[in-house]
Design a protein around this ligand. Structure first.
Ligand code: FES
Length: 159
């Protein structure tokens, strides 16, 4: 495991335990597989001189932190009631059709993973989804297609 980028991130945050969540978020962002592995959790705990159980607790509590390999962009479509009555299923169908994958899958180029997630508090702009933690609301099929096209360009440029 190349830990150079993790060391840099820890240093940027002055090895501060109270910055654990932003540290993990940034590590995940820079990790090509877009997740925090058990080895990374162990390494961060050692470097921050804190119990690994505490690091794991944060990882499992925050759904924006991934515990297994994901695409560069994780599309998390809200599956809860308010989004459900706002035709969330049409958005899911649009994502699956556009990316040619099913729920829970990752595209073959590792750019996109499509998931469902419980309500994340954006009910006033339902239907909503998060992409790498950023909320997109008042979704329509057209908005989703545009967003995926835009992200595809960004992802290809940053490979
Ligand atoms: S029900 Fe979808 S964000 Fe709350």
């Amino acid at each position: 495991m190349d830990n150079g980028y993790i060391d840099n991130i820890l240093s940027d945050f002055n090895f501060s335990k109270i910055e654990l969540l932003p540290i993990l978020t940034e590590i995940q962002r820079q990790n090509k597989d877009n997740y925090i592995s058990d080895d990374i959790s162990d390494y961060v705990a050692t470097k921050l001189k804190m119990p690994k159980a505490r690091v794991d607790e944060v990882i499992t509590f925050f759904s924006a932190i991934n515990t297994c390999k994901k695409g560069k962009f994780v599309l998390q479509l809200c599956e809860s009631t308010v989004c459900g009555v706002k035709k969330k299923h049409l958005m899911g169908e649009a994502i699956e059709k556009k990316l040619n994958i099913k729920l829970g899958e990752t595209t073959s180029d590792n750019l996109f993973t499509f998931e469902h997630t419980p309500c994340f508090g954006a009910c006033d702009i339902a239907p909503a989804m998060r992409v790498n933690g950023i909320v997109h609301g008042n979704l329509t099929v057209e908005k989703i297609i545009d967003l995926i096209d835009q992200l595809s360009g960004d992802g290809e440029n940053n490979k």
